[in-house]
Design a protein. Structure first.
Ligand code: ADP
Ligand code: MG
Ligand code: MG
Length: 315
């Protein structure tokens, strides 16, 4: 009797969007190398286009303060970012680039330091998602003087969604996942219709092998925002890259890692950042209305889950 040959997985890793991106993909109809190539090309394109620095669309918009010739993709991403901002009462705010740069979290090479209160106050004055004017009909965005976009909390997830769509356009039955520095999207279930097992890192563990919980994913996405990703320590205090848009300081909600499950990697990414800032309350109870399940690890190591999260903890 016939037995199907198992799919062989092909792995590719590259450095994009300030992190290591891994694609694991298998296919019965097309070379997985071709699929991984296509995915990485898409991710490289998003990196260039939506970075706050360089010569991409967002960098140019930040430099000039306005644009009226935007393409659909840019309008969609900016609109999505503003929607998450609205839905989270501004806990997610895609206009923090001036603040991010002030703290030195804009680039691995930037000098990291604790700014003066006065510097934080003047950078804060140059933020505020409500002040972004987006005109969808005109495909235009206008930013008030000094305000700059930072899509760093959502672009990685968007890149994962797009790369997966690209792979599926070449083989709808492709299997695998994409992991962009903790923003993970499923291409298709593991060979044999089994789930991918995602380990949520212990935020204070010694290595990525230190896992605090497992989840099982057949599709959709999961993203984690943690204070261990990018930080520096001064006088025993940890300063990390997820900022509280209200104070301009690294968010101190008691959360040290926020994991979010959502259908879309873009939304998982953005809501993970938001959940980190929102904290246990209202993060856990409020975000499920947006199709978002949350798992939080707190400073004292206690953990909290949205009702329904445990569904993803059964095989
Ligand atoms: P990671 O990049 O480690 O996955 P996040 O997805 O949480 O982490 O995104 C953090 C990035 O988003 C920061 O580096 C910064 O560019 C930007 N950012 C920081 N604070 C916020 C915030 N409150 N809302 C939206 N974006 C933020
Ligand atoms: Mg995020
Ligand atoms: Mg992220």
């Amino acid at each position: 009797f016939l037995r199907e040959k198992p799919v062989e997985y092909y792995d590719r890793t590259g450095y994009y969007l300030g992190t290591y991106v891994t694609v694991r993909v298998g296919s019965k109809t097309i070379s997985p190398v071709v699929l991984a190539d296509a995915a990485m090309k898409e991710i490289a394109r998003i990196d260039e286009k939506f970075g706050s620095r360089g010569s991409g669309t967002i960098a140019r918009l930040n430099a000039t303060g306005q644009a009226d010739d935007l393409d659909q993709e840019t309008v969609f991403l900016v609109k999505s970012a503003l929607e998450v901002a609205e839905n989270t009462g501004g806990a997610f705010d895609p206009t923090l680039f001036t603040l991010t740069a002030l703290w030195g979290f804009d680039d691995a090479d930037s000098e990291k330091r604790v700014p003066l209160d006065s510097e934080i106050a003047s950078a804060l004055a140059k933020t505020g998602y409500r002040r972004v004017e987006l005109d969808e009909n005109e495909m235009a965005v206008r930013l008030p003087e000094g305000l700059t976009l930072d899509l760093g909390g959502i672009a990685k997830g968007y890149a994962v969604d797009l790369a997966i769509a690209r792979i599926k356009s070449l083989d709808p039955q492709a299997t695998g996942f994409i992991d962009a520095g903790g923003d993970i999207g499923v291409i298709g279930p593991k060979y044999g219709d089994r789930p991918w097992i995602v380990g949520i890192r212990d935020p204070r563990g010694k290595s990525v092998q230190d896992v605090i919980e497992y989840i099982y994913l057949y599709d959709g996405a999961v993203a984690t925002s943690g204070d261990y990703e990018r930080f520096f320590i001064v006088d025993g205090i940890r300063y990390h890259h997820i900022l509280d848009p209200k104070t301009g300081n690294p968010s101190r909600s008691g959360v040290i890692s926020a994991t979010v499950i959502n259908k879309s990697a873009m939304l998982a990414d953005a809501y993970a950042t938001a959940a980190f800032v929102m904290g246990k309350d209202p993060g856990i109870t409020f975000l499920p209305r947006y199709g978002t399940l949350v798992f939080l690890v707190m400073e004292d190591r206690s953990t909290f889950k949205s009702p329904g999260f445990e569904v993803y903890q059964q095989k």
